[in-house]
Write a protein that binds this ligand. Structure first.
Ligand code: MV4
Length: 450
């Protein structure tokens, strides 16, 4: 195992990684911006190095400063967390060039999955189901029209450099194809410096279901069940649960098999997630692969009894994962994660940075709170608005829901607006209680309260 690891991140995920390191006897190095100097993860770390001012593009995204911090402190490996440099192939390569272990997949895997059109081709070639669409990027309107006619309208034009919903255009009427194609390319070019677009048939009212995978150097490839992340707003997930209420055992097995195929075909190592769209008929299609640990990883940990961060550290250190012999995984109970953001749901979820004057976290059976804040903590306007993740676990979905309601009632956060009132409403919503939700849930069901 490593003796010392640098965590190239901030907030709750930095603390989460440090806690895993501590349990494994690994020393930790925090890097921080001047804005974060007084935060708990910086104090928690064995050592801390300031890497620049508040804006992320002058601190958490400056690769050379982070590499230098690792070298001067004698860290052997870097955990990128999520966001920032976590899916930056150049950073993973730079680590390699400086004899530092990047705790994640190879730069080649990151690159291949970062280009969405080529990721789609890779999956199609190894037998993972994909949505009918274009092979590769579309060079001309005529090519786009040919594919749209072949798969049938409505279609979705996607930016190959996009992902997470950026740079997508729906086309319902063939008369709009040319203008939407041109707009998508222009938008993608301006946003990503890459105007490549591809096309897929539009899947109506899909659910977002993703499979967590782990792969080590010893040929162990495991699928740790799935998460249902259908409750999103403008491509920001707000609630995730595991297992998905929409899957049968057969469907779970088929999705796990597809995910493992993807892992084998790409020679993937470390933790990753294969995202699928699930349509109303129970057919699933590859959407994207995330080559990092995700915000919502705790729901998977709760129902599989694994520690995904510790497994990431073991795999990166060249050890076998510790959970391989327990596969195949069948979910133990049900877990739900509610993201408590510093946002005001009564005013269009506008960000509400500021000082937390009171912070009382819920506790008791089946409750886990992942947070880096205390009373007196300041939520910075410079970074994402995540204050805490409330994860509840029960023997079944009904118990998990009851625990979520109880925990939300116990949770006291004063000084800033949060998404707690939104979550209270969702936990009482009939469609959500029935597990009958798709990606349009917030727009279609929560409109009256927001
Ligand atoms: C789709 C789709 C429907 N049909 N692809 C959104 C993010 C990016 N990963 C891909 N996304 C979608 N791709 C086809 N062919 C609908 C979405 C989508 C979506 C997917 C998951 C969760 C929320 C979503 C919200 C809007 C659109």
């Amino acid at each position: 195992m490593f003796k010392k690891v640098l965590i190239a991140n901030r907030g709750e995920v930095a603390l989460r990684v440090m806690r895993a390191c501590k349990e494994l006897g690994v020393k930790t190095v925090a890097v921080y911006s001047t804005e974060d100097a007084d935060t708990y993860p910086v104090r928690y770390a064995d050592e801390a190095v300031c890497i620049g001012p508040a804006p992320a593009n002058q601190s958490y995204l400056i690769m050379s400063n982070i590499i230098a911090a690792a070298q001067t402190t004698g860290a052997e490996a870097i955990h990128p967390g999520y966001g920032f440099l976590a899916e930056n192939a150049d950073f993973a390569r730079l680590c390699r060039e400086h004899d530092l272990v990047f705790i994640g997949p190879s730069p080649e895997c990151i690159e291949r999955m970062g280009d969405k059109s080529s990721a789609r081709e890779t999956m199609k070639a190894c037998g993972v189901p994909t949505v009918p669409g274009s092979d590769g990027c579309l060079d001309t309107v005529d090519e786009a029209r040919a594919f749209a006619e072949r798969v049938g309208y409505p279609v979705l034009i996607k930016a190959t450099a996009g992902g997470g919903g950026k740079g997508m255009r729906e086309v319902h009427d063939p008369a709009d194809l040319e203008s939407q194609y041109k707009a998508a390319r222009a938008e993608a070019g301006a946003a990503f410096g890459n105007d490549g677009v591809y096309l897929e048939k539009l899947v109506m009212r899909p659910r977002h279901v993703e499979v967590q995978i782990l792969a080590d150097d010893f040929g162990n490839n495991v699928a740790l069940c799935e998460r249902d992340c259908s409750i999103q707003r403008r491509h920001q997930k707000l609630i995730e649960e595991a297992p998905s209420p929409a899957l049968t055992e057969d469907l779970r097995r088929a999705m796990g098999v597809a995910a493992i195929k993807a892992v084998r075909a790409t020679n993937y190592r470390n933790a990753g997630t294969i995202e699928f769209l699930l349509d109303e008929r129970g057919h699933f299609y590859f959407m994207e692969m995330n080559t990092r640990v995700q915000v919502e990883h705790p729901v998977t940990e709760e129902i599989t009894g694994t520690d995904i961060i510790k497994e990431q550290l073991r795999i990166a250190a060249g050890e076998p994962m510790s959970c391989a012999s327990r596969a195949p995984f069948s979910p133990a109970g049900h877990a739900i994660e509610l993201r408590i953001n510093a946002e005001d749901p009564a005013h269009g979820f506008r960000p509400c940075p500021g000082t937390i004057t009171k912070f009382e976290a819920p506790a008791g059976p089946g409750i886990r709170v992942e947070s880096y804040v205390r009373a007196g903590s300041r939520i910075s306007p410079y970074y994402d608005s995540l204050v805490a993740k409330l994860i509840v676990h029960g023997q079944d979905r009904e118990e998990a829901l009851a625990r979520a309601r109880r925990a939300l009632d116990e949770f006291v956060i004063e000084g800033i607006a949060t998404t707690i009132p939104f979550h209270k409403r969702v936990m009482e919503n009939e469609a959500f209680i029935a597990g009958d939700v798709a990606t349009d849930f917030i727009a279609s069901q929560m409109g009256d309260v927001l």
